[in-house]
Write a new protein. Structure first.
Length: 367
C-alpha cells in the first residue's frame, strides 16, 4: 500500500511539473523589436527594423542585419546596425536601441520585392558572425501572404483600367460616350470580385499556420475585411452602371450616376473614410486594396528574439495570384514550426501518464 501511494505521488508531481511547462512555454519569450516590410519606390521594396533593450555589440564587431530566404539559398545584407545607448541623468544605459531603414537610399537597394524573396532575418555579431537576434515567417504563411499580394496586384491592375474609363465618362457630355465608357469601366467587375472573394481563404490559411502570432491574426483580419469591401464596392459599381447609366437617355442624369461609380471604384482601390475620422482603417466599410496590402505587410512582421534561425524550409502549399489561384493545402508542418514542439511536449506528458498508470497496475498485480 505504501509503495502504491508513493508511486501515485511521484506520478502526480511529474505531471504537475510538466503542465506548467506546456501551458507557459511561450510566456517567457523576450522580444526586442520588429522588422516590417514597407513600400518606398515599389511594392515591398523597403524594410524598417526597430529594436530596444539591445546589448551593444563587442567592440570592433558591430551588428549586421541580413535577410534570408525560407530555403536559405538567398540572402541580402542590409548593412551594419548601430546600437544607440540613451543617457539618463548623465549615466549611459547598459542597453540601447536599433533603428534601421533599408530603402532606395541604401547601398544594395535594387527595388526587389523583399517580402516575396525573403521570410527570415538575422542580426549577426559582425558580418558573417554568429546570430544574436532573429525571426522567421513560416514558409507556408509566407506563401499565402505572397499569394495575397499577387491577387491584390491583379485587382489593382483591373481597377486602374476601370477608373481610367470612368474618368473619360465623367468628362463627357455625350450620352453614348458616357454609356460606352461606363460599360468599359465595369467590364472586369466580375473578375475583380472573384479575385477579392478568394482572398479571405488565403488570409485565414496563413493565420492558421501559427495561431499564436498576433501580427498574422490581426493582419489577416484586415485583409479579410478589406477584400470584402472591394467585392462589395465593385459589385455596386456594376449594378449602378447596368441599372442607372445604361438605361439613361439624359447625359446630365447619367453623369450623376457616373460620379457614384467613380467613388465606388476609387474606394475599392484606396479605401473610404466611412466614419470621417481622418483615417482609413482595414475594417468593414473602410478598407480597400491599399489597406489590404498594408495588412498583408503586417502579416509578414518579423519579431526579433535572442535566438538562432531554425533550419531552412520549403513551403508545402502553392498559392496562385489573380483569378483562378489555387491552394494546395497539404497540411504538413514546416520545419521549425511551433506545432512540432507542442506535439513533442504533449507526447512527453502522455508518456509520463502511461508510465505512472503502468506502475500502479504492476504494483497492484504483485500485491
Amino acid at each position: 500500500m505504501f509503495r502504491t501511494k508513493t508511486l501515485i505521488i511521484i506520478t502526480a508531481l511529474m505531471v504537475s511539473f510538466l503542465i506548467p511547462t506546456v501551458a507557459f512555454a511561450e510566456s517567457d519569450v523576450v522580444t526586442f523589436g520588429t522588422a516590417i516590410v514597407q513600400n518606398d519606390q515599389a511594392t515591398n521594396d523597403s524594410i524598417v527594423i526597430s529594436m530596444s533593450g539591445v546589448t551593444p555589440a563587442a567592440e570592433g564587431s558591430p551588428y549586421n542585419a541580413v535577410l534570408v530566404s525560407s530555403n536559405g539559398t538567398k540572402s541580402l545584407n542590409l548593412g551594419e546596425v548601430e546600437v544607440v545607448q540613451p543617457v539618463i541623468q548623465g549615466v549611459v544605459q547598459a542597453t540601447g536601441n536599433i533603428n534601421l531603414t533599408f530603402d532606395s537610399s541604401s547601398d544594395g537597394y535594387d527595388g526587389q520585392d523583399l517580402l516575396s524573396a525573403y521570410s527570415r532575418i538575422k542580426i549577426t555579431n559582425g558580418s558573417g558572425g554568429s546570430t544574436a537576434y532573429s525571426d522567421n515567417i513560416p514558409a507556408n504563411a509566407a506563401a499565402y501572404i505572397n499569394g495575397i499580394m499577387g491577387e491584390l496586384s491583379a485587382i489593382d491592375e483591373h481597377l486602374d483600367t476601370a477608373i481610367s474609363n470612368i474618368v473619360i465618362a465623367q468628362a463627357s457630355s455625350d450620352i453614348d460616350e458616357i454609356k460606352t465608357s461606363a460599360a468599359s469601366a465595369i467590364a472586369d467587375a466580375s473578375a475583380i470580385a472573384e479575385i477579392a472573394e478568394g482572398i479571405p481563404a488565403h488570409a485565414s490559411a496563413a493565420s492558421e499556420v501559427d495561431v499564436e502570432d498576433t501580427n498574422l491574426a490581426e493582419g489577416a483580419a484586415g485583409v479579410i475585411a478589406s477584400a470584402g469591401n472591394i467585392a462589395a464596392w465593385v459589385n455596386a459599381a456594376k449594378t449602378t452602371a447596368d441599372n442607372d447609366v445604361a438605361t439613361q437617355t439624359n447625359a446630365a442624369v447619367a453623369s450623376i450616376f457616373v460620379d457614384k461609380i467613380f467613388n465606388e471604384l476609387s474606394a475599392a482601390k484606396n479605401g473610404w473614410d466611412g466614419n470621417t475620422d481622418g483615417t482609413i482603417s482595414p475594417t468593414t466599410g473602410e478598407g480597400g486594396s491599399a489597406q489590404a496590402r498594408a495588412s498583408a505587410q503586417q502579416m509578414g512582421t518579423l519579431v526579433l528574439e535572442a535566438k538562432d534561425l531554425p533550419g531552412s524550409e520549403t513551403a508545402t502549399v502553392a498559392v496562385g495570384g489573380g483569378a483562378g489561384g489555387s491552394v494546395l493545402g497539404l497540411g504538413l508542418p514546416s520545419v521549425g514550426e511551433k506545432l512540432i514542439a507542442d506535439l513533442l511536449l504533449m507526447g512527453a506528458a502522455i508518456g509520463i501518464l502511461m508510465i505512472g498508470a503502468g506502475s500502479l497496475i504492476l504494483v497492484r498485480n504483485r500485491t
